[in-house]
Design a protein around this ligand. Structure first.
Ligand SMILES: Cc1cc2nc3c(=O)[nH]c(=O)nc-3n(C[C@H](O)[C@H](O)[C@H](O)COP(=O)(O)O)c2cc1C
Length: 237
């Protein structure tokens, strides 16, 4: 028999993403998050509005989504309890967060230049997705009053935002590609780091033959893929 329960969180298990953005002073912010999902070459990213990352995203219009594998769990753990916001927002102080300007240094990850955005990539993560902001969507608008911020044009948001980004460049480590297939990530080799109810897990082996996997990946291709490929890095701002 199932039971009706009231858990405080519904973090049911999603891959961790390290979002890198540029702060006002030119330093790089790097923040772990896991409320993310992909549709074509778009990603929807859910953030607390008071965090530094959505504010940087709204101000600069760009980021890198670095996908850590289970091997980078220690780096992700080192970034927990850190924020690029100074002063630390009250809600984060209550949860024990501290301000940190040098997040790459603290994490032990190496910043490397991107091709289409100013934000840095985290070298050790096997997948880097460079991305531009397409749309900022308020979440829980029935609960929070976003109109004050809309009127003032401020970046500081209360509540939750779901930011749609368009991927402009995909970088992968060759070790996670299918043999002889340049544009196919091998799910047997890609081992994402999963966050479930605030704890970290890896993936187990494949369970059974997937009927869905009979659909060729190319059938999901959207115009964003060609849009990213034909624009040379120099022309993208
Ligand atoms: C594994 C992990 C997953 C997280 N997922 C999210 C998330 O999906 N959305 C969010 O707003 N914060 C999430 N957080 C908390 C953020 O990392 C935290 O708000 C942090 O302050 C963001 O950094 P920033 O303030 O420099 O942007 C997560 C933290 C960890 C360690």
């Amino acid at each position: 028999m199932h039971m009706s329960i009231t858990p405080s969180i519904l973090y049911l298990g999603t891959p961790v993403v390290l979002v890198s953005t540029v702060n006002e002073d030119g330093s790089y912010n790097l923040a772990p998050m896991s409320s993310a999902f992909w549709l074509g070459w778009r990603c929807l990213l859910g953030f607390e509005g008071v965090s530094k990352t959505p504010q940087n995203l709204i101000r600069t219009g760009e980021c890198v989504l670095n996908l850590p594998s289970a091997d980078q769990v220690d780096a992700v753990n080192r970034l927990a309890f850190l924020t690029g916001s100074n002063p630390v927002p009250a809600g984060k102080t209550l949860r024990g967060y501290q301000f940190e300007r040098e997040k790459f240094e603290v994490s032990g990850l190496t910043p490397v230049a991107s091709e289409t955005v100013a934000a840095a990539r985290a070298l050790e993560c096997p997948i880097h997705l460079e991305a531009k902001v397409a749309r900022v969507n308020p979440v829980m608008a029935d609960e929070y009053d976003y109109s004050v911020h809309e009127r003032s044009g401020e970046c500081t948001l209360e509540g939750i935002v779901c930011i749609e980004v368009r991927i402009t460049r995909v970088h992968t480590h060759p070790s996670i590609l299918m043999d002889g297939k340049r544009n196919h990530i091998d799910p047997d080799r890609w081992r994402p780091l999963i966050m479930s109810f605030q704890r970290f897990y890896g993936l187990g082996p494949e369970l059974s033959e997937s009927r869905l996997a009979k659909i060729p990946e190319a059938m999901y291709r959207t115009p964003d893929v060609d849009r990213a490929a034909i624009v040379s890095p120099a022309k993208i701002k």
